[in-house]
Each structure stands twice: as structure tokens, then as C-alpha cells.
Design a protein. Sequence first.
Length: 130
Amino acid sequence: MNAEGPEPAPILLVEDEAGLRHIMAMLLSQAGFRVVEAGNGAEALRLLKATPASLVITDIVMPDMEGMELIRKLRQSPSGPRILAISGGGVITSGDYLHAARLLGADAVLAKPFNKATLLSAVRDLIQKA
């Protein structure tokens, strides 16, 4: 615990593209956030059992458990973390995926590609609302 109170829970970053995940984690860390990384939704759920998160940033199209399923499972708990869904599309457009993510309970969405300022603005906004 620091002089300003307890340290906030980390951000859980769920992205199957390792390069993008590491870049995003670095940007968030440089901005002062603690970040835990997962490569898919199944890994994210395992990590959340051990370490609660204040915010989950999840890609939508991933192996082993897609972001839609992760969002659905996170929303089963009323005290779950805030959720930022990100997508670059796939078989359907990113806009379709992100609209569906909102319907499932994502608090905010970002279409890939996005820039550092847009990512940090969305994260700060969601953390403040937590």
C-alpha cells in the first residue's frame, strides 16, 4: 500500500498477437499502469482467478476462447472488471464484432488500428469509472 491508498488492480491485456500484446503492455506500463498479459480468453480466466483486474482489454478474434465468450463469462459476475473490447475484424468487419461486444456488455470498444493516445484515453476513462 502506498501513501495515496491501495494500489489499483492491474489491467489484464488479452491479445493473441504476441507482438501487438507486448507493444500495448509497454505503452500501458510506461503510462503508469500495471499490466498482466494473456494470449487468449481461457488463459485470461485462469489469471483472473489468482489476480483480480480493474480492467480487461480483450481482442475479439482469438484461439482457445474468443473475446466474445470472455466478455460473456466476465459479465456473469456483477462485480466484474470494466471491459474494453478491441478488434481488427476477421471474417466479418471489426465494426460488427465491436457492436456485438457492446451488446454482450463491453464498456467501450476500439477498432484496430488505434494509436497510443486513443488507447490511453479509453483506458483512463474506464479506470476512473471503476
